[in-house]
Design a protein around this ligand. Structure first.
Ligand code: SAM
Length: 270
């Protein structure tokens, strides 16, 4: 997430999270909202997710929501009238935040997901065709959000990405809250590797320390492997992470180990 957008802080007690989704393809949400964590969160009453057909806010026989672009060119553009009418019907005053899914928006990430998880009411606008008439995000003061530098056919899958990542951060949704806290990005690092039974599989061993029962040593190993992974795969994250003295010590160990491996490889080649 580009630094700059944070959910408004509120004094009042935490209220129920509600998401309203505006789409031309409501059926695309049926499967994902009815399975696993998104389903459980709704069943537990921790979140309400309502999906609406944008065409319900049209007034003509053909339920038209798009039109040709001014200035010419390929494709169709989503008209402002039905979107404004829908948002005005769903909005609950200043407690509502409108999010327009667009590849031109702020980059979605773990930081933005945890900000959205604090909000009482989010309205997600799914674009289609060439996207929204530009007066839609501007006039509705929408937060424009992109799930990455890639163009999808519509905003439905991006909206599901936002919903899934956000809802699992609402307190009470995950069985074990600690699992979200140690997930990749939550700590600023990639998470350490995981293993389960059997201890040996096709010649590959589980690191013996994980079988040792020594919880302090396991925690140290996990932190070190999280640092090693992040250094190898996402050095950009490591350069922004806030590191403790122990982290710096572990990184120095990793550097020495990697230098040793590089030396061994060179000796083997010579
Ligand atoms: N013509 C637009 C452009 O070049 O920026 C792309 C339109 S795209 C084919 C149609 C819709 O899909 C968009 O209005 C948006 O709602 C959604 N969409 C596509 N890629 C997205 C992304 N990376 N993040 C969020 N929404 C996206």
């Amino acid at each position: 997430m580009r630094r700059g957008w944070r959910a408004p802080r509120r004094k009042e007690r935490r209220t129920l999270n509600r998401f309203d989704v505006l789409t031309l393809f409501p059926a695309m949400f049926q499967g994902p909202l009815q399975e696993s964590i998104l389903r459980r969160a709704q069943d537990k009453g921790l979140v309400t997710i309502a999906v609406h057909d944008l065409r319900d806010w049209t007034h003509d026989r053909h339920r038209v929501v798009d039109d040709v672009p001014y200035g010419g060119g390929a494709g169709m553009v989503l008209k402002p009238e039905p979107v404004f009418e829908a948002v005005e019907a769903l909005r609950q005053g200043p407690r509502s935040t409108v999010v327009a899914l667009t590849p031109q928006g702020l980059r979605f990430g773990q930081g933005m997901a945890s900000e959205l998880a604090r909000l009482p009411h989010v309205i997600l606008l799914c674009g289609r065709y060439e996207g929204f008439d530009d007066r839609i995000p501007r006039g509705l003061q929408a937060l424009e959000v992109s799930i990455g530098d890639v163009v999808l056919s519509g905003g439905e899958i991006p909206a599901l990405v936002v919903l899934d990542a956000t809802v699992r951060l609402i307190p009470g949704v995950l069985g074990d809250e600690a699992s979200a806290l140690s997930d990749s990005f939550a700590t600023g690092l990639l998470e350490h590797p995981h293993y389960t039974r059997p201890p040996r599989f096709r010649g590959m061993e589980v690191p013996p320390i994980l079988l040792s029962g020594d919880h302090r040593a396991i925690a140290r190993w996990r932190r070190k492997e999280a640092l090693r992974r992040t250094r190898q795969r996402r050095p950009d994250l490591l350069s922004r992470a806030s590191l403790s003295d122990l982290d710096r010590k572990l990184l120095a160990e990793i550097e020495r180990e990697d230098a040793g491996v590089a030396l061994e490889n060179r000796d083997e080649r010579d």
